[in-house]
Design a protein around this ligand. Structure first.
Ligand code: ZN
Length: 146
C-alpha cells in the first residue's frame, strides 16, 4: 500500500470514527444483538430491519475505539439494501481479507480497514460489528470476539 493511499484510508477511518453513520436506535428493528470485544473494551449494539430477506435498514450504537466505530459505521452503509446472504457473504470476504490476509476486490469502501491486518489486536475491533450483525441475524442476541 503506498503512502497516499494509506493516508486516504486513515482519513476515512477517522471520519467515520468521529461522525459515525447510522448511529441511532432503530425502533422497528426486526433483529438486534449486542457485541463485546473484551480485549479493547468495545461495545456495540447492532439493529437491523430485514424484510423479505433484504436488509432495509441497519443502525448501531455503543462505544468503542475509532476502528470499531468506523467499522460499524461502514458496515451499516455497506449492508443496506443487500440480501441477508449477500451481507453475510460480505462478512466472510471481509473476515478472510483481514484475518487470513486473502486477496479481495469486492470489498468496496470496507477496503479502508484492511490496514488492521498488520495489528492482530485491532482485527477484533474491525470485525466486532460484523460478528454482532451475524448474531443478530441468527437470533443469538449476544456476540463476543473471544
Ligand atoms: Zn477497539
Amino acid at each position: 500500500m503506498n503512502d497516499a493511499l494509506r493516508e486516504l484510508y486513515q482519513e476515512v477511518i477517522l471520519d467515520h470514527g468521529k461522525k459515525p453513520r447510522n448511529f441511532r436506535p432503530l425502533e422497528q428493528a426486526t433483529h438486534c444483538a449486542e457485541g463485546h470485544n473484551p480485549l479493547c473494551g468495545d461495545c456495540v449494539t447492532v439493529q437491523v430491519i430485514v424484510e423479505d430477506g433484504v436488509v432495509r435498514e441497519a443502525t448501531f450504537q455503543g462505544s468503542g475505539c475509532a476502528i470499531s466505530t468506523a467499522s460499524a459505521s461502514l458496515m451499516t452503509e455497506a449492508i443496506q439494501g443487500k440480501s441477508v446472504e449477500e451481507a453475510m457473504a460480505l462478512f466472510d470476504e471481509f473476515r478472510a481479507a483481514v484475518v487470513e490476509n486473502r486477496e479481495s476486490d469486492d470489498l468496496g469502501k470496507l477496503e479502508v480497514l484492511l490496514g488492521v491486518k498488520e495489528f492482530p489486536v485491532r482485527v477484533k475491533c474491525a470485525t466486532l460489528a460484523w460478528h454482532t450483525l451475524q448474531a443478530a441475524i441468527q437470533g443469538e442476541g449476544v456476540a463476543s470476539t473471544e
